[in-house]
Design a protein around this ligand. Structure first.
Ligand code: UDP
Length: 247
């Protein structure tokens, strides 16, 4: 809790950011040859890779749905991604993150276009510093677009935390660990406008007023991330055009 460590010093966060400032973000689409779509993202010290496969045949077959595609999402943390070695394999936390992230994407992916098939999204955390689920969702969105999966919009994710009594955008590890609340959001953004909330979780407590303010902060942060996601996608496609011309 926040009495253990001071998170706000002279009106600034420990890494010098303003309350409503995102960490530096880097996004690159199409980094893996064998996946149908892929993306690498850095959000602050988080480093994440997303790979998308599909639409493809579903195995085991009894999981097929004759009316629409089945979407699967696997969140995984590398053993070396955190300070104390993470035991390999799924745990309660990764199963939960995989589930809520899949649920964020399911209504957006046009599953009915691909009956009996599967769309598999894998996200691998290489380095973690809080907000990995949000970084993974942002990478997964770009990888889905890169794979050519038809979607109704883009999903963009960012968290808001309460640290030393104030709301802060995109919390890093210290704010996540010692803050009073951590609230990851994901939004469906369509034609440049936030249309709905695709994911909302809350660890800790916020008043109704604070939650309203946190939502507003997250929306503003998400719009900035959305622009970077779009840029990464445009960059990938324009470089493909150049490659085609050279060939
Ligand atoms: N973390 C860790 N070991 C674990 C799980 C998490 O060190 O086994 C760290 C990691 O930096 C992670 C942070 O705790 O980013 C916050 O985890 P949380 O469950 O809130 O999910 P996240 O914020 O990464 O989506």
């Amino acid at each position: 809790m926040s009495e253990d460590i001071q998170l706000i010093v002279d009106g600034k966060r420990l890494d010098g950011r303003d309350f409503n400032e995102l960490r530096p973000i880097k996004i690159e689409a199409g980094i893996l040859k064998r996946a149908d779509g892929s993306c690498y993202i850095e959000m602050g010290k988080n480093k994440v890779v997303a790979a998308v496969y599909g639409p493809r045949e579903v195995h085991p077959r009894h999981l097929q749905d004759p009316s629409k595609a089945v979407v699967r999402y696997r969140y995984n943390m590398a053993p070396f991604s955190v300070e104390e070695r993470k035991r390999p394999g799924p745990d309660r936390r990764s199963v939960e993150i995989s589930k809520v992230s899949r649920e964020a994407f399911e209504p957006v992916i046009m599953k009915e276009l691909f009956p009996r098939s599967g769309i598999d999204i894998f996200v691998e955390v290489l380095q973690a510093d809080a907000g990995t689920r949000t970084a993974c969702i942002n990478a997964a969105t770009v990888a889905l677009v890169d794979a050519g999966i038809p979607m109704k919009g883009l999903i963009t994710s960012v968290a808001v935390a309460k640290a030393d009594g104030v709301l802060v955008l995109d919390p890093m590890k210290e704010e996540d660990n010692y803050g009073e609340a951590d609230v990851p959001f994901a939004f469906l953004i369509r034609n440049g406008k936030i249309e709905s909330i695709a994911l909302l979780q809350m660890d800790g407590r916020l008043s109704a007023e604070e939650l309203k303010k946190a939502t507003q902060m997250a929306k503003e942060g998400a719009m900035k991330i959305y622009e970077l996601q779009r840029e990464a996608i445009m960059k990938k496609y324009s470089s493909e055009e150049i490659e085609e011309q050279v060939i």
